[in-house]
Design a protein around this ligand. Structure first.
Ligand code: FE2
Length: 222
């Protein structure tokens, strides 16, 4: 993976990772509460409007497989990324070793989640950080058919630049398509090396229909 767009803009389209059947199978899990450790009504916390559920361990096999594979692909870039941010961190090559580090820091609860948005729902700009240990990227996979099953509902990314105005990106995903985004910072290249820009992400209002997404966050939560 060259991940040029991740370095330049803070996100990288990863292409279609799931076919239609796999998307339907994963979103059908939403109706099985025994697979999840908690359900969040976003309006209640003023996170936006809509709801999501965090999977419990053990993760469903396909979700676990995606998480492990993506971690392995992203870990080398994560090391370069944190070095460029002057926050060097030696992320291990495999997910299980990284999760052990999370656990040692008191972060042992799983964070992959399914989100369900209906017409009028949205997600406020935020970061998904759950403790001291974090992985610098997370992956979002759209599980619904854009334009067929929902309209609106674009992924939003806002980059706060130091001493300048913020830059916004709106990302429209097709069903099964995945995007990797930075969880926190981007090392932006300036005339005197790199500086940190801060990122937040959210979802614009769903105008019609229903949109499911799978969020793969690599660090566990406290
Ligand atoms: Fe998020």
């Amino acid at each position: 993976m060259t991940l040029e767009s991740l370095w330049a803009r803070g996100y990288e389209r990863l292409g279609k990772l799931l076919n239609q059947r796999e998307c339907e199978n994963i979103r059908a899990l939403y109706a099985q509460p025994e697979l999840f450790r908690s359900r969040i009504d976003m309006a209640r916390y003023r996170f936006g409007r809509g709801e999501y559920q965090y999977f419990a361990y053990p993760l469903p096999a396909r979700v676990d497989e995606l998480k492990q594979g993506l971690y392995r692909q992203l870990a080398p870039t994560a090391r370069e990324w944190m070095a460029a941010l002057s926050l060097p961190k030696d992320y291990p090559a495999d997910l299980s070793s990284f999760l052990k580090e999370c656990e040692d820091a008191g972060q042992a609860r799983p964070t992959p989640l399914l989100l369900r948005y209906q017409a009028g729902d949205f997600n406020c700009l935020h970061q998904d950080l759950y403790g001291e240990v974090f992985f610098p990227f997370q992956v979002i996979v759209c599980l619904s058919q854009t334009e067929e099953e929902f309209t609106g509902g674009e992924l939003l990314l806002v980059e706060q630049q130091p001493r300048a105005q913020s830059v916004g990106h709106a990302i429209r995903l097709e069903q099964g398509e995945a995007v990797a985004i930075t969880t926190r910072y981007r090392p932006a290249k300036g005339s005197r090396g790199y500086h940190r820009t801060n990122f937040r992400h959210g979802v614009s209002e769903i105008l019609s229909g229903e949109r499911y997404t799978l969020g793969i966050i690599f660090h566990d939560a406290a």
